[in-house]
Design a protein around this ligand. Structure first.
Ligand code: NAP
Ligand code: GDD
Length: 339
């Protein structure tokens, strides 16, 4: 049987690394799209030992001509569009670029598929950020969207475009509405990785303390390794569809700090309120966590909480890794760096 061929955009990112590994194990030919930079940044593929198994092509969401050519010449069975300006906080500083890459970039891909490769199936990385602050207990595929960041608005633009290309042009495209998912390969600036990395630095006396913003935001956190399986499953369905992928439990950022602190050898007590709140290590009485105003966002989702019953039913997908296990995996991986 001919091997399937997949293009994964944003190949230098967290999910792309795990997805590449997953597809290689299924005997796919994996091509990775990386945008041009002074220095290639494929440390995650290296960490998984798969860098040499992936062909890298140049891929920038802003470059319409190159996207058309890549998709026309590539003859891909599947494209996983994981590339994005993925930082919610940075999207407030750079809304134009965020929209161009995350919204128009997806239209560039859809147009190339429509014109040159109509049989190619597309997975689009949508986000729970699109819901905004809704007053439903949990969010599923029928919950309405009220995005409150330039990032969320750009992702929703792309999400709706996918729906349009699916119905108007019969293109097989699926939108995965994924809730937060993290791992040892998470980017340093996302809160989970920042907490784990910096708590350990404090423990090793390389940093006096860690600064955080809103520690009362609640997020539905899962493990990236589990979530990439759902991406693949979506494209193997008979009919293209949208799916929520989530853990179905949420925790505050403060709970994440407490759990990571335990793994790293701190026992935290909290004193003070608002900007003066502090996390103090009971044993040494040292201040480990402080709050910083600059790290708050202009607008913020208070709580995300996904319901992935549809994925469970149709994709037979359920999350395997629970919150405490995820924190442990991340802390142990960070500790190994110092070993
Ligand atoms: P990530 O680690 O931040 O990776 C994002 C990737 O996009 C990087 O490879 C980055 O390349 C690339 N990229 C950025 N701008 C680009 C552009 N203009 N053209 C081409 N590539 C570009 O993200 P992730 O956590 O793996 O997430 C994957 C996707 O899922 C993203 O679209 C994200 O928005 C979405 N998502 C993530 C989560 C989550 O919790 N992880 C949840 C919902 C949705 P550089 O190395 O060059 O910067
Ligand atoms: N990054 C960061 N840094 N976040 C902080 C900090 C801090 O110092 N202090 C508190 N937070 C809070 C944020 O305000 C937010 O409520 C929460 O921690 C999680 O922030 P991030 O880890 O940056 O992730 P995110 O939820 O904004 O976005 C991630 O998940 C989305 C899915 O809902 C990204 O991966 C997005 O690309 C993804 O779509």
């Amino acid at each position: 049987m001919r091997r399937k061929k997949a293009l994964i955009t944003g190949i230098s990112g967290q999910d792309a690394a795990y997805l590449s590994n997953y597809l290689l194990k299924k005997n796919y030919i994996v091509v990775g799209g990386e945008r041009k930079k002074n220095k290639s940044n494929l440390w995650r593929l290296k960490a998984l030992g798969i860098q040499k198994k992936i062909k890298i092509v140049s891929f920038d969401l802003q470059d319409e001509k190159a996207i058309s050519k890549t998709i026309r010449d590539g003859k891909y069975n599947e494209i996983y569009n994981l590339a994005a300006q993925s930082y919610v906080d940075k999207s407030f500083e750079n809304p134009l670029y965020t929209s161009d890459a995350n919204a128009l970039g997806v239209i560039r891909i859809l147009e190339a598929i429509r014109k040159y490769s109509k049989k190619t199936k597309l997975y689009q990385a949508s986000s729970s950020e699109m819901y905004g602050n809704v007053n439903t207990k949990s969010q599923d595929e029928n919950t309405s969207f009220h995005p409150i960041s330039p990032y969320a608005i750009s992702k929703l633009h792309a999400h709706w475009m996918l729906g349009l290309y699916r119905t108007a042009y019969n293109i097989f495209c699926c939108s995965g509405i994924l809730f937060n998912h993290d791992s040892p390969l998470r980017g340093d600036e996302f809160v989970t990785k920042k907490i784990v990395r910096d708590l350990l630095r404090v423990k090793l006396n390389k940093l006096p303390c860690i600064y955080l913003g809103n520690i009362y935001a609640k997020r539905d956190w899962g493990y990236s390794l589990d979530y990439v399986e759902a991406m693949w499953k979506m494209l193997q369905q008979k009919r293209a569809n949208d799916f929520v992928i989530s853990s179905g439990i949420n925790y505050t950022v403060k709970s994440f700090v407490n759990e990571a602190a335990k793994n790293i050898g701190f026992d935290l007590k909290w004193i003070g309120k608002n900007l003066l709140e502090k996390g103090i290590d009971r044993a040494s009485n040292k201040v480990i966590v402080r709050i910083k105003k600059d790290l708050f966002r202009p607008l913020e989702i208070n709580s995300t909480f996904g319901n992935s019953a549809k994925a469970k039913k149709l994709l037979k997908w359920t999350p395997k890794t629970k919150f405490k296990k995820l924190v442990k995996i991340m802390c142990e991986a960070e500790l190994r760096k110092y070993d």
